[in-house]
Each structure stands twice: as C-alpha cells, then as structure tokens.
Design a protein around this ligand. Sequence first.
Ligand SMILES: NC(=O)C1=CN([C@@H]2O[C@H](COP(=O)(O)OP(=O)(O)OC[C@H]3O[C@@H](n4cnc5c(N)ncnc54)[C@H](OP(=O)(O)O)[C@@H]3O)[C@@H](O)[C@H]2O)C=CC1
Ligand SMILES: O=C(O)C1=N[C@H](C(=O)O)C[C@H](O)C1
Length: 278
Amino acid sequence: MANQNLIPVIVSGAAGKMGREVVKAVAQAPDMSLMGAIDTSPEHQGKDAGELAGLSEPLEVPITNQLEPMLGYVAGERHMQPGVMVDFTHPDAVYDNVRSAIAYGICPVVGTTGLSPEQIEDLASFADKASTGCLLIPNFSIGMVLLQQAAVTASQYFDHVEIIELHHNQKADAPSGTAIQTAQMLAEMGKTFNSAIVKETEKLPGARGSVADEGIRIHSIRLPGLIAHQEVIFGAPGQIYTLRHDTSDRSAYMPGVLLAIRKVLQLKSLVYGLEKIL
Ligand SMILES: NC(=O)C1=CN([C@@H]2O[C@H](COP(=O)(O)OP(=O)(O)OC[C@H]3O[C@@H](n4cnc5c(N)ncnc54)[C@H](OP(=O)(O)O)[C@@H]3O)[C@@H](O)[C@H]2O)C=CC1
Ligand SMILES: O=C(O)C1=N[C@H](C(=O)O)C[C@H](O)C1
C-alpha cells in the first residue's frame, strides 16, 4: 500500500518526451508517489513507466491508457492530500483529461499547450465550481519566467517588438504556448506595438508571421535539432534589444513541475503561469 503522507501523482502522457522526465522527477521526489502512468500510445502499453523513463530499477507502475479508472482509484484511496494529475499529452487530448481529473477531485498540473482561450475559460469556471486547484503552465523553466519579466520591463521603453519561437519539428501546435503567453504579457502593458510606417504586402502568405494581441508578431520555426527556444526582439531607431532563452535539455522544466505539484494542492481555482506560484 502507498505511503499516505506522500502526494499521489498520476502522469498523463507518461511515455512521451516530457512524460518520461516527469516520471523520473516524481519517482525521485521524497514527498511524492507515482500512482499511475497513462499514455495512449499502443507500443508502450504494459511497460514499466520507470524502465521506460530510463531508471535502473522498475517502479512497478505499468503504462496504461485507462485514465478514468486511475483517477477513480486515486480519488478513492485514503491519502493525506488530494491526488495530482500532471498532463503532457497533446492539444487534442488535454481539455478532456483536465475535465475528467477535476470531476474526480484530482488537481491538474498542465504543461500541454494548445488549449484555446475558450477552453481555458471553461476549465477555469469548472475548477472554480469544483473548488479544485488547477495549474496551466505554458513553460516550466525559470529562465523563461525571467525572460518574460525582462520583456515586460523593456516594453515600457520600446514600441516595436516581434517574437521568434523555435522548436523541434514534432511539435503539434504553433505558435508555442510560451510565445502566446509572452505576447499576452506585453499586450497587457496597454499599448499597441508595431504601428506600420509603410503599406506592407505579403508576397507569400504568412511571411510576416502571425499577429497576436496589440500588433505583436510571432514567427514559428520547426526543425529537427532544436528543442525549445524563444527570442523577443525589441527595435527602436539606432538600436536592437534581443532577449533569448534556450532549452538544451527537458530536465530544465522539472524544478517547475515539482513546485507546481506541491503548490496546486493549496489552490481552489485555476491559475495560469509559473510566475504566479514562484
Ligand atoms: N509547459 C512546458 O514547460 C512544456 C510543455 N510542453 C508541451 O507538452 C506537450 C507534450 O510534449 P512532448 O512530451 O514533447 O510530446 P510527446 O509527443 O513526446 O508526448 C506526448 C505523449 O502523450 C501521449 N498521448 C497523446 N494523447 C494522449 C491521451 N489522450 N492520453 C494519454 N496520453 C496521450 C502520446 O502518445 P502518441 O505519441 O501515441 O500520440 C505521447 O506518448 C506538448 O503540448 C508540448 O507543447 C513540452 C515541453 C515543456
Ligand atoms: O513542445 C514543446 O517542446 C514545448 N512546448 C511549450 C510551448 O508550447 O510553449 C513549452 C516549451 O516551449 C517546449
């Protein structure tokens, strides 16, 4: 039987690139217990989540595609605190997974990007009604929080800014959740950026990227060899100010994920962004 003092954690997307890192991090955290490892990928069903994640010993937690029964099992177990579901799956799956977790009183920690503003609003209202903590974190790395803070500061002094995000070419959504959040933060400064000084014509559609709130442009690059990178480039007459963050290993996200697992238990509603819980 699981130690009832430990935080019970289910990892959804446990066989994926991020899920495997989370399995390792949770298994090594002294205050957490990995209760379930969910993944729909057929080739990984029944495999030990720990061995798949590269741990030397099995965790005796098999990968399964049965999320609802696992949520029910964890919700029904006697623990000192509610369970947490960490989701790193796919933009098409995350909404339903989060709804299901909240319905069982399990607190979601969501890294999966690609939720629409309407879906986020709906999940916020569902979590609120259920008085269940839920964290949506577009980027778990501390370096990105610092980049965003520096960008907000710079946006007070620069009126022109564009964002470039660069990712591996297995990424399903574009632009990245981080780039969208960064643009939102700048847009909240209450001014319109990038006022045009000439009439622009795109000779190839999309050449100037996508336009987010307040005229901020986002350009998405997808290439093998990349992991996750973002530049925020400010321009003014005679000067360019470039902020850049590079992720060279997915372990960069793990301190943020473990912090979120601990913090979500203290919440009663949905909170968006790592910066809100630091
Ligand atoms: N917030 C952050 O800091 C970060 C967020 N991300 C985001 O996390 C998400 C996952 O990224 P990544 O790990 O690279 O992706 P991967 O494709 O490597 O992993 C996703 C895994 O989830 C599985 N899956 C798909 N649908 C479901 C479902 N309904 N239930 C359970 N498992 C499912 C996939 O199986 P199959 O392959 O068979 O479909 C796959 O094994 C993306 O949205 C990405 O943008 C990534 C890095 C950092
Ligand atoms: O898919 C990824 O890899 C990443 N996705 C997140 C996003 O969309 O912002 C976070 C990070 O950029 C890695």
